[in-house]
Design a protein. Structure first.
Length: 162
């Protein structure tokens, strides 16, 4: 966390997310065993499941499935950024896998709030749209996405105010 917010993530509501707010958090160590285990179950391509074959392929070694990277990001996102006031997410935009994630990489997440709009029809909630960047231990961006999160408001605005 960079100090933009003094409210701990678990106690945040919609009002605590300001445009331009940046948070960095987490460490997720990626292991070869986890890469293979995830891929065997969800993305069984040899670049993710077979170290010998992966060494002969385009990336020159075992790499994590992009979905594995997304799952690791989600674990960190929920633990460090998403508040208990979260309701749902209507989706994500612009999911990109920029660089391969390899065994031994240590991933962390940077989130920048792009938009924060209170609902006009349901003023007890608001939509926060952010840029999520997953970075490795060298600071290289390995994945990006723009999620939308519907969050509860701490309080509804006064009658007549929008």
């Amino acid at each position: 966390m960079n100090g933009d917010s003094i409210v701990p993530p678990a106690q945040r509501y919609f009002e605590d997310y300001r445009i331009g707010m940046v948070s960095e958090f987490g460490d997720a160590v990626v292991t070869a065993d986890e890469i293979v285990e995830f891929a065997q179950r969800y993305d069984p391509q040899t670049m993710h499941t077979d170290q010998v074959e992966a060494a002969k392929a385009e990336f020159g070694g075992l790499i994590a499935s992009g979905w594995h990277t997304a799952a690791l990001m989600m674990r960190l996102f929920v633990k460090h950024w998403l508040p208990r006031a979260a309701l749902v997410s209507p989706g994500i935009d612009e999911l990109r896998w920029i660089r391969p994630v390899r065994p031994g990489d240590v991933l962390h997440v940077r989130v920048t709030v792009l938009e924060a709009n209170r609902s006009r029809s349901k003023p007890d909630r608001g939509m926060v749209r952010s840029l999520v960047e997953v970075l490795n231990q060298c600071g290289d961006v390995v994945m990006t996405m723009k999620p939308m999160n519907l969050l509860r408001c701490r309080s509804a605005p006064d009658a007549g105010a929008v």
